[in-house]
Design a protein around this ligand. Structure first.
Ligand code: PLP
Length: 429
C-alpha cells in the first residue's frame, strides 16, 4: 500500500516545487497553534500557514461562523446579487482601514487583489485623461504574487523575471529602501525613487509597494519615514499609491495595517492572507472615494464607467463569514498585547543567533522574526531538521523566519526560537 506521500508524488504538484516534491510531510490535522503529522507527531507552527492563521487553527468562533453559513448559503454568484456576509465585511473593512478607503472589491486570492489594484490604477489614469500613464514604479525586493501582472512588479532578480522576459510588462524599479524601521529616511534613501518619478512621471500610473515590511522578496523592514515621503512624492506627481498589505494587514507588524506606522492612506490597498484568519481563500482591494469616482466615469476618450473584473467566486459567503468572524476576534483588541509579547520573546530568543557563523542579520518587528544567513539554506537538510525539533518553519533562500499565530503561548515561541538556534547553528559557513 503506497503511503500518502508516495501517492502525492505520483500526481500532485506543490508550490515552488518540481513535479515531484521532496521533502514532503503528510499532515493529519491542525489544532490551536500546532500541526499534526500523519505519523502522530505534533509540530508547533512557526509559519501561520504562510502568515494567514493569525488566531491559530480551528478557532471555535470562526468554526461556528463557517458552520452557520454552510447551513444557509455556502455560495451564490455576486453579479446582480448581494448578501449580508459580504456587505457586512465590506462595511467593516472600510471602517477599519486607513481613513479615506471607502469602496471594497472582493476577490479570491492575494495575487488577484493585486491584479485588480493595477487595473484600477491604470483605468483611473484613463478616466483622468492620461492614458499614457500605464507603467508602474516599485521598489526592489518586493513580492506581489505569481500572476503575470503581479509578477511584473516582483523583484526582477528573485521574481524569476528572466524566465518570462518579453512577456512581462516593463515597469520601473527603484532601489530597496536602505533606511531601517527605526531610522529616519535621509535624502539619499529616497533619491532613487524620487529621481525615477521625476524622470518618468508622464508614464507612471502608480507606485506599488509593500508598506514597511517587504515579505517574500526579502523579509526587510524599512522606515515609516520613507513611506511618508513616497506618499508625498506620489501626490506631487499625481501618481497613485498602491499599498500591498496582503502580508502585513491585520496586525502582523504591531499595527492593524502597516500604513498606520507612517500615518498614510494609499489610494488602493490590497489585503488577503489573514483576512479570514487563514481558513478560506479571500482577498480584497480597497479604493478611495476619488478612485471609485474616476472608475465610475464615462469619457469620450474611452473610460467605460465600469470596472471590468468579476471572479466566479467573488464575495463567496462562506469566506466572508469566516472573515467577519476573524474581524470579531481582532475587534477584542487582544491581538495588540499578543503581538507585542511575541515580538519581545522573538527579540530575546533570536538575539543569540547573531553570534552564529552562518548569520548575517537578525531583525524583529511585530510578530515577525527573521534570521538572514550569508548563504541560501539547503532545504533538503533544514526542513527535516526543523521537524526533528518539533516545529514547522519553512525558510526560503537566505531567510529563516517565523510569523507564528498571535495566540502562540510564550513557551511555544521559545520552542520556535530554540529550534532556529539549533538548526542555524548546525549550518557551517
Ligand atoms: C505582499 C504579498 N502580496 C501578494 C501575495 C500573493 O498572495 P496569494 O499567494 O494569495 O496570491 C503575497 C503572498 O505571499 C504577498 O506576501
Amino acid at each position: 500500500m503506497p503511503s500518502l506521500v508516495e501517492r502525492d508524488q505520483a500526481v500532485v504538484w506543490h508550490p515552488y516545487a518540481p513535479p515531484v516534491a521532496t521533502p514532503l510531510f503528510a499532515v493529519r490535522e491542525t489544532e490551536g497553534v500546532s500541526i499534526r503529522l500523519d505519523d502522530g507527531r505534533w509540530l508547533i507552527d512557526g509559519m501561520s500557514s504562510w502568515w494567514s492563521a493569525i488566531h491559530g487553527y480551528r478557532h471555535p468562533h470562526i468554526d461556528a461562523a463557517l458552520r452557520d453559513q454552510l447551513g444557509r448559503m455556502p455560495h451564490v454568484m455576486f453579479g446582480g446579487i448581494t448578501h449580508e456576509p459580504a456587505v457586512r465585511l465590506c462595511e467593516r473593512l472600510a471602517a477599519c482601514a486607513p481613513d479615506g478607503l471607502e469602496r471594497v472589491f472582493l476577490s479570491d486570492s492575494g495575487s488577484v487583489a493585486v491584479e485588480v489594484a493595477i487595473k484600477m490604477a491604470l483605468q483611473t489614469q484613463i478616466a483622468r485623461g492620461r492614458p499614457e500613464r500605464s507603467r508602474l514604479l516599485t521598489i526592489r525586493g518586493g513580492y506581489h504574487g505569481d500572476t503575470f501582472g503581479a509578477m511584473a512588479v516582483c523583484d526582477p532578480v528573485t521574481g524569476m523575471h528572466g524566465l518570462f522576459e518579453g512577456v512581462l510588462a516593463r515597469h520601473l524599479f527603484a532601489p530597496r529602501p536602505e533606511c531601517r524601521f527605526d531610522e529616519p529616511c535621509e535624502d539619499e534613501h529616497i533619491a532613487g525613487i524620487a529621481g525615477l518619478l521625476d524622470d518618468h512621471r508622464d508614464e507612471i500610473a502608480a507606485v506599488i509597494l509593500e508598506p514597511i515590511v517587504q515579505g517574500a522578496g526579502g523579509m526587510w523592514f524599512y522606515s515609516p519615514d520613507y513611506l511618508r515621503r513616497v506618499r508625498a512624492l506620489c501626490d506631487e506627481a499625481e501618481v497613485l499609491l498602491i499599498a500591498d498589505e496582503i502580508a502585513t494587514g491585520f496586525g502582523r507588524t504591531g499595527r492593524l495595517f502597516a500604513c498606520e506606522h507612517a500615518g498614510v492612506t494609499p489610494d488602493l490597498l490590497c489585503v488577503g492572507k489573514a483576512l479570514t484568519g487563514g481558513t478560506m481563500t479571500l482577498a480584497a482591494t480597497l479604493a478611495t472615494g476619488d478612485v471609485a469616482e474616476a472608475l465610475g466615469r464615462t469619457t469620450s476618450e474611452g473610460a467605460p464607467g465600469v470596472f471590468m473584473h468579476g471572479p466566479t467566486f467573488m464575495g463567496n459567503p462562506l469566506a466572508c463569514a469566516a472573515a467577519n468572524a476573524s474581524l470579531d476576534l481582532l475587534d477584542t483588541g487582544e491581538w495588540r498585547s499578543q503581538v507585542a509579547a511575541i515580538g519581545e520573546r522573538l527579540e530575546a530568543g533570536l538575539e543569540p543567533c547573531r553570534a552564529l557563523s552562518a548569520v548575517d542579520d537578525v531583525r524583529v518587528l511585530g510578530a515577525i522574526g527573521v534570521v538572514e544567513l550569508h548563504e541560501p539554506v539547503d532545504m533538503a537538510v533544514v526542513q527535516p531538521a526543523f521537524v526533528e525539533q518539533g516545529v514547522w518553519i519553512r525558510p526560503f533562500g537566505r531567510l529563516v523566519y517565523t510569523m507564528p499565530p498571535f495566540v502562540t503561548p510564550p513557551e511555544a515561541v521559545d520552542r520556535i526560537t530554540a529550534a532556529m538556534q539549533v538548526v542555524i547553528g548546525a549550518i557551517e559557513r
